[in-house]
Design a protein around this ligand. Structure first.
Ligand code: PBG
Length: 323
């Protein structure tokens, strides 16, 4: 059917007409807010490269979580910074580490809030890599046992969902086994399955102080040029026991979100990463774009691509606008 019989503009005339045929709806239900927690008391450090994002000590974090809950955001993801880094990142599984303390306190105050914890070693290792080293090589299998320890310490503290972001092969089964052997069969795993080696993580590495001290992450994170490989990673993680999978970053990888959603039959999360956030904030601060409008457009595009969940530093801004 062609013009003049079919005139698409007929349904664009009024807001009510547009509302009635709108295909995608961004809802607060999709949003997860990332938070950075560090040792100390009374700490609320602004992250220079991420306007509106802070590093919090546990006491300050609680106040921030209060505002997240007030906006009816259903979940948060926690990243931790240690007191002191070492070769193997041993503070990552300390029962009294900032993440573990924060999880206990948050679950005590808001048992219904979904608490996801990021499991990785890069914030905790002196060299900034996501696994332990032999020479300059990141050791896959030796790292698995440590990741399982981290996951277990988070589960013990009360995390609902464990999210491994390290990209070691076999980490999902190592974590699933450790959780099950210790009676945490109800703790879910959200695998960062298709995590690309991306330049968009720059600002996060300031926030989490996790930039590698030498080299890069190309030997474990995915090549941005690959799509079919993402599907293999997803399949592998589901085989190993992932309950939910993630594509990261989101904006330059909407095709991957779409393909993963079409094939995997599991809930799919998208990580709207730090660089995607900071680009919009910077352009908006310069008056070059309308920040709120672009934020909503970008988040809607992720839902349209098939994301069930969006991890985003915009969660609070978007939730406030959606009210
Ligand atoms: C690391 C990790 C990274 C992010 C989350 N977990 C980045 C990295 O590989 O350095 C990035 C998140 C963001 O950019 O917002 N394991």
């Amino acid at each position: 059917m062609y013009f003049p019989v079919y005139r698409p503009r007929r349904f664009r005339r009024t807001e009510n007409l547009r509302r009635m045929i709108r295909e995608t709806r961004l809802d607060v239900d999709h949003l997860v807010y990332p938070l950075f927690v560090m040792p100390g008391k009374g700490v609320k450090n602004p992250v220079q490269s991420m306007p509106g994002v802070f590093q919090f000590s546990v006491d300050q974090l609680i106040e921030e979580v209060r505002s997240v809950v007030a906006l009816d955001i259903p979940g948060i993801i926690l990243f931790g910074l240690p007191e002191k880094k070492d070769e193997i990142g041993s503070e990552a599984w300390a029962d009294n580490g900032p993440v573990q303390q924060a999880v206990r306190e948050i679950k005590r105050l808001w048992p219904q809030l979904t608490v996801i914890t990021d499991v990785c070693l890069c914030e905790y290792t002196s060299h900034g890599h996501c696994g332990i080293l032999e020479g300059n090589e990141v050791q896959n299998d030796a790292t698995l046992e440590l990741l399982a320890r981290v996951a277990l310490s988070h589960a013990k503290a009360g995390a609902d969902i464990i999210a491994p972001s390290d990209m070691m092969d076999g980490r999902v089964s190592a974590i699933r086994d450790a959780l099950d052997e210790n009676g945490f069969d109800q703790t879910a795993i959200l695998a960062y399955s298709a995590k690309y080696c991306s330049g968009f993580y720059g600002p996060f590495r300031d926030a989490a102080d996790s930039a590698p001290k030498f080299g890069d992450r190309r030997s474990y994170q995915m090549d941005p040029a690959n799509g079919a490989e993402a599907l293999r990673e997803v399949e592998l993680d589901i085989e190993e026991g992932a309950d939910m999978v993630m594509v990261k970053p989101a904006l330059s990888y909407l095709d991957i979100i779409w393909r993963v959603k079409a094939e995997c039959g599991r809930p799919v999360a998208a990580y709207n990463v730090s660089g995607e956030y900071s680009m919009i904030k910077a352009a908006a601060a310069n008056g070059w774009i309308d920040g709120d409008r672009v934020m909503m457009e970008v988040l809607t595009s992720m839902v349209r691509a098939g994301a069930d969940l969006i991890l985003t530093y915009f969660a609070k801004d978007a939730a406030a606008l959606l009210r």
